[in-house]
Design a protein around this ligand. Structure first.
Ligand code: ZN
Length: 236
């Protein structure tokens, strides 16, 4: 299974899981045309698009995917414009899109936000979790983990001391985004073979250090997502 990062971070998020004959889009922060381009314009292989929450960097182009004839699965408040491709989802219920099955679970953020446990016979279990600071549920062991590694407390504190970051930012981040220490805890508990770190903050993260720390704690193959990155989940 190939994972394509269309974009990641606070401006836009979009990822594709594809085995060549089926594809699942994760997040709609990037135009549908970019997803189609990444798939060689084989639009018919797209089984659906799943969205975590209503913030624009994750959902801005949801209606763009719906208008392209793609089922869009998301928390109900994401759907601002009615469309017959809108598929509101509920946490802890299972859904199917082609060979992909997925189950949303709710996580704390400043709007309704779902992580997803995605399964496909070609990659096993993939857990996707972003824009939260913790998960209140016990999560299952997974094969691959796509998880936010937004910031590092030390870097954040340093930026506040230097006056580069407003002190109020810390309160918001601590209750809405994932600190690398928390990310590492999940990476250790869920025992994935592959970890893809996503949604790294521009100013409050250190990609190399994050990769080293997660690798050291887990022994998993670890990469940091960036625009245009393509990896094979089982062939890292
Ligand atoms: Zn958000």
């Amino acid at each position: 299974m190939r994972l394509v990062t269309l974009d990641t971070g606070s401006k836009a998020n979009g990822y594709i899981l594809t085995n060549g004959s089926e594809a699942l889009i994760i997040e709609a922060g990037v135009k549908a045309i970019e997803a189609k381009k990444a798939l060689g314009f084989r639009t018919s292989i797209i089984q659906g698009c799943i969205i975590s929450h209503s913030h624009a960097d994750h959902s801005r182009y949801g209606v763009d995917y719906a208008r392209a004839g793609i089922d869009v699965f998301a928390p109900v408040d994401v759907f601002k414009i009615p469309h017959n491709r809108n598929r509101p989802v509920m946490p802890h219920k299972k859904y199917k899109a082609g060979g992909f099955t997925f189950m949303p679970f709710d996580v704390p953020h400043d709007v309704v936000t779902y992580g997803y446990i995605i399964e496909h016979q070609d990659c096993g279990k993939v857990l996707f979790m972003t824009d939260t600071y913790l998960c209140e549920y016990k999560l299952p062991k997974v094969d691959h983990l796509l998880i936010e590694a937004n910031y590092d407390y030390n870097i954040l504190d340093h930026c506040i001391e230097e006056g580069d970051t407003h002190p109020a930012m810390k309160d918001r981040l601590m209750t809405s985004h994932m600190e690398i220490g928390t990310t590492i805890t999940y990476c250790t508990e869920l025992k994935p073979r592959t970890v893809v770190l996503i949604h790294l903050s521009d100013g409050h993260s250190n990609e190399e250090d994050f990769i080293d720390r997660v690798t050291g704690a887990t022994g998993a193959k670890v990469v940091a997502a960036k625009k245009g990155l393509e990896i094979y989940l089982d062939e890292l």
